[in-house]
Structures are given as structure tokens and as C-alpha cells.
Write a protein of this length. Structure first.
Length: 296
């Protein structure tokens, strides 16, 4: 039976920067809590909040936050995407939720999607004290994602990076779109991006489809898929078979070696899983997975 839920605006500090979160809770009792964050350059009001609402109605407390420099969180480097900073934000969010009323600090779960799906893999492998996690269409390998991008897009990004190296001498940084259609200049190109971005433009008050092109430099060493074999807590991988952003083939290769993995393939693209029947199927699967964890 669905629970009546309350949604609160909360602030936590991450390395001195105030980060914004929504805390979803049902009743004042010690509930397992799911800590959540969105993917590359996205914000908490970009369709991930419907997952939080579904989890809360199913009996979980949820804490959904924006990374520093993005969304409603503070930070002077707006739209910056930095792997190290985001992992720190996750760790600080986890410690923060342990202090909240209605949370069982010994039953913490993680949910990450896309870039954050890679982050929860990293956290689970590096000692985060959690019961388990869901990684939805996880970003597992930078080089796999780069070579999934059309050659013309890679070429445009290369020249944009070169230009940025020059313009930064004069104090100007080049911004590029986060997502775009195939062949355009963007970090992510996907056939299913337009529906997602059109909806987000209407729903999100803080999202802008831009990021500094120099963001790319920080990604090249990031391969969270390599941690899959080191993860010793249960983790559910939702793999989108038609994914053009986080290629399914590479992800599946990594998680073949994962000792505690539950894997399900969904017949959709990277952005499709946020909508319609794909969302309904996936969120039901996640709820069953989480409930099995807290009951075992």
C-alpha cells in the first residue's frame, strides 16, 4: 500500500559548499533511506524526482540532491562537472542523511543514473557502508562513450578543446551543450535525447544544456566499470540495450565479473528509461530489489 509522503527542502555542506536536497519521508519511524543524484549535468527536478516519489510511496525515505555548482546547490563554478567533487558530494550526502529524523542509519541504499550510476559503483567499491545500490544505465567507461559518439562530433569536440586552451589565456572559457542530436557539438549525442530535453526545458527551473568544454579533460581517467569486480554489496544494474551514451556492450562486459550483481536489460535507449512503460517496469524492479535487501 502506498504511503502518504512529505517532501522537505534541506541543505547540507559539502566541502564548505551548501548543497540542496529534497528529503522524502512517510512517517516518523526508522526507515531505510535511498540516497540519490542525477546524471551528467542534470538536476534533481529532471525526472529523477518521480523515482524518489515512487520509492517513498513504497515505504523508503529518500534524499535526492543536486551536486555543487549545479541545480539549486551553491558553488561559484556554475555547470562544472568534476568527478572528484561529485564523489565527495555523495559521501557528504550519505553522512548527512544519517543525522535525519526517520532514517535508519544502518540501512542506507544508493540510486544513481547515468554518470551517477558510475558514481555509485565507485562508492560501493571504495568502502561506502551501504546495504546495496541501483545503477541505472550506468556510465562505466569514458573511452567506450567517446567512441560511441559519431566521428564528426568527436572532431568538433577536439577543436573546441583546442580553442578553449587558447581562449582561457584571455580569461574566456568555451561552453558546449551537454546533449544534442547525432553529429552536433555536444558531450552526449543520442537519438532519444530530444524528448527528454524538451520535457526538461519545461519542468526544470535551473537546468541549462551547457557545460565548460574543459569538463571533458576530467573524464579520461574515469572508468567506474573497472570497480565492478570489487563490489561486495548487492548492486542492481539496469542496462539499456540501445544506449548510445553509456554503451551496453562495455557495461555488460564489466559486470560479467561482478560477484554481487543483479542484471536486467531493458529494450530502450539511454533517455527512454525515464519515460512511459520503461520507467514503470524499471522502478517496479528497483523497489522489489530494495525490499528484498532490507528483508534479508
Amino acid at each position: 500500500m502506498d504511503c502518504l509522503i512529505e517532501k522537505k527542502d534541506l541543505i547540507f555542506s559539502s566541502e564548505g559548499t551548501d548543497c540542496a536536497g529534497w528529503y522524502y519521508t512517510a512517517e516518523e519511524e526508522k526507515r531505510p533511506v535511498i540516497v540519490m543524484a542525477h546524471g551528467l549535468g542534470s538536476t534533481r527536478d529532471m525526472r529523477i524526482d518521480v523515482y524518489a516519489e515512487a520509492f517513498a510511496k513504497a515505504g523508503f525515505a529518500c534524499f535526492l540532491f543536486d551536486y555543487r555548482n549545479n541545480g539549486d546547490s551553491k558553488g561559484g563554478r556554475r555547470f562544472r562537472i568534476n568527478v572528484k567533487e561529485q564523489i565527495q558530494d555523495w559521501r557528504n550526502a550519505i553522512e548527512f542523511v544519517k543525522t535525519l529524523d526517520g532514517v535508519d542509519p544502518d540501512r542506507i541504499l544508493l540510486f544513481g543514473t547515468s554518470f551517477s550510476g558510475g558514481h555509485v559503483m565507485t562508492l560501493c567499491a571504495k568502502g561506502a557502508r551501504v546495504l546495496g545500490a541501483v545503477a541505472q544505465c550506468p556510465y562505466t567507461d569514458t573511452y567506450a562513450s567517446v567512441f560511441a559518439v559519431p566521428f564528426v562530433t568527436r572532431t568538433k569536440l577536439f577543436f573546441a578543446l583546442c580553442a578553449d586552451c587558447i581562449t582561457r589565456i584571455f580569461g574566456h572559457k568555451i561552453m558546449v551543450p551537454l546533449a544534442g542530436k547525432s553529429g552536433s557539438l555536444a558531450l552526449m549525442v543520442s537519438d532519444d535525447y530530444q524528448k527528454y530535453l524538451d520535457l526538461m526545458a519545461k519542468n526544470s527551473k535551473t537546468f541549462k544544456n551547457i557545460t565548460p568544454v574543459a569538463t571533458v579533460w576530467g573524464f579520461f581517467k574515469y572508468r567506474p566499470g573497472k570497480y565492478a569486480k570489487k563490489i561486495r554489496v548487492p548492486i542492481y544494474y539496469a542496462v539499456c540495450e540501445k544506449d548510445e551514451v553509456a554503451p551496453a556492450k562495455k557495461t555488460l562486459k564489466y559486470i560479467e565479473k561482478a560477484p554481487c550483481a543483479t542484471v536486467k536489460k531493458y529494450d530502450c535507449g539511454h533517455f527512454d528509461i525515464y519515460f512511459d512503460g520503461y520507467y514503470v517496469e524499471a522502478v517496479g524492479d528497483y523497489i522489489r530489489f530494495f525490499k528484498n535487501l532490507i528483508q534479508s
